[in-house]
Design a protein around this ligand. Structure first.
Ligand code: ATP
Ligand code: ASP
Ligand code: MG
Length: 320
């Protein structure tokens, strides 16, 4: 990821009057974005779940070539170890296989990113995902749902938030995208741009694009015959990744073999393994949208912590 020379976002009490105005403006774009996306999901029949902060099982965030976690937070409560939520992926698999076939959560994620990520402009150590999952669904269902949600959002923003977008000088840059979004295979992008394909495609594309076939955590679907992964990221022009998701693994033997292959601690995933063994884990698909990244792109910020009332810049801790 390219390190830019950028000024790091300051806490609220240190902002000038002009900076406070800009902060308020981005806050309004965040409010409207949350309203539009949650309305779309509710209108499409999704149930809105509240998040959890502490669990025995959370996202291993491994293996992922981009992972940069400095520290994992684990504490004992009631005599048992719990971890702070890195993502609610495991909860989504269980919930969408049982009582909540179509669900979404505004889920706070804690990832203590290495301090060297302070100036990527794309990393904060606490952020919120709009995380969703659908039972008996496939990648194409996620693509059309997300494309629809983004087109509705941008159309509404251009109508209702015109003065905020113009204050942020984003009226021209933010346009309703053409659908369907183009789909690229990560292997092709690697052949074209080399290992820094993420920066390559983000710079070149003028429209949002899907990238598929990205090797990563055990819960994303991998075709053992072809070696291809049925997963995806959404990349925004001049910005980069804003969403990751996948069709999921649900068969016991595959999940077990991937957990063992990745040397992920099996004990942390015993519930999901047991459900899979009993045939109670269903084929689902879903994704998570990083809210600060999406609103950061819309607002044209240099650092996504500008979208947070209380910035969480890697490497620095404030009183609030
Ligand atoms: P990256 O490679 O950019 O560091 P990631 O692929 O490790 O991110 P995921 O595990 O896919 O991140 O997380 C799902 C989504 O959550 C991402 O697509 C992004 O929008 C958001 N996200 C992930 N990490 C961060 C972070 N440190 N700060 C802000 N948003 C994040
Ligand atoms: N939210 C992502 C997903 O649905 C998981 C993650 O946060 O990495 O796949
Ligand atoms: Mg990702």
């Amino acid at each position: 990821m390219i390190q830019q020379e950028i000024e790091l976002p300051k806490p609220l009490d240190q902002l000038t009057a002009t900076e406070l105005e800009r902060k308020a403006c981005i806050g309004k774009v965040m409010t409207y974005t949350l309203k539009s996306l949650t309305d779309t999901f509710v209108n499409k029949g999704f149930q809105w779940l509240l998040p959890v902060a502490l669990s025995q099982s959370t996202d291993p965030l491994w293996p992922d070539p981009g992972a940069s976690i400095e520290k994992r937070i684990e504490v004992d409560i009631y005599g048992k170890p719990v971890r702070t939520t890195a993502s609610m992926i495991i909860h989504k698999l269980v919930a969408s296989s049982t009582a909540y076939p179509k669900l979404f959560i505004l889920s706070p994620n804690i990832r203590i990113e290495k301090a060297e990520r302070a100036k990527t402009g794309k990393h904060i150590y606490e952020f919120t995902q709009l995380d969703f999952e659908m039972c008996n669904a496939e990648s194409k269902d996620v693509f059309s749902l997300v494309e629809d949600a983004i087109c509705i959002l941008i159309k509404d923003l251009k109508r209702e938030m015109n003065s905020e977008l113009s204050q942020l000088c984003r009226c021209e840059s933010i346009q309703v995208p053409k659908v369907p979004f183009k789909i690229y295979d990560r292997a092709e992008l690697e052949a074209k741009y080399g290992l820094d394909w993420e920066a390559g495609i983000a710079e070149e594309t003028t429209e949002p694009v899907w990238i598929t076939n990205i090797p990563r955590e055990f819960y994303d679907f991998e075709d053992f015959k072809t070696g291809k992964w049925d997963n995806y990221d959404l990349f925004l022009p001049q910005f980069g990744e804003v969403l990751s998701g996948a069709k999921r693994e649900y068969e016991y033997t595959k999940i077990l073999s991937k957990i063992e292959r990745d040397q992920v601690k099996k004990d942390n995933y015993s519930l999901v393994l047991k459900m899979a063994k009993d045939g109670r884990l269903k084929p689902t698909a879903g994704a998570g949208i990083g809210m600060e990244r999406l609103v950061g792109w819309i607002s044209g910020v240099k650092h996504i912590a500008e979208c947070q009332p209380f910035p969480r810049v890697p490497g620095s801790v404030q009183e609030l």
